[in-house]
Design a protein. Structure first.
Length: 138
């Protein structure tokens, strides 16, 4: 691990994150979540919220003063922005208007999801989203 990795890990661990605590692993978690959403997220609302928190963890690191002067942060920021650019079009924006607009990834909901998440959001919040059905394996 590099000194940046160590500093990043210290920041995220101070927030209570004890797994997937390196820049690469948190970014991979965010990227994998976005890839799942691109195909219709299949988990429930609690799994969705948990996975979306990887972006919150990244944001905390991207804005932490102790990391601000590190050149590696700029590269991480560009990589996060590339994943963000894939996620933003998937969202119905402002679904949760009381959430801070700076946390846009939590404020919106995906337009398409598996049946479980669609049912959860309909029951919990009254949201109607497109249900993505995948064919059963042969």
């Amino acid at each position: 691990m590099t000194s940046f990795d160590d500093a990043f890990t210290a920041v995220v661990r101070a927030r209570g994150v004890w797994r997937d605590d390196t820049p690469a692993s948190v970014l991979e978690r965010w990227s994998s979540f976005v890839a799942e959403c691109e195909h219709g997220y299949r988990g429930d609302e609690f799994a969705y919220a948990n996975e979306a928190m990887s972006r919150t963890t990244l944001q905390a690191a991207l804005t932490d003063p102790s990391l601000a002067d590190r050149p590696e942060l700029a590269l991480l920021r560009r990589r996060v922005e590339a994943v963000d650019a894939r996620f933003r079009p998937l969202l119905v924006e402002h679904a949760f208007p009381r959430i801070d607009p700076d946390e846009w990834w939590l404020r919106g909901i995906v337009r398409r999801a598996g049946g479980r998440l669609a049912q959860d959001w309909k029951r919990s919040f009254g949201f109607d989203i497109e249900v993505v059905r995948r064919p059963r394996p042969s």
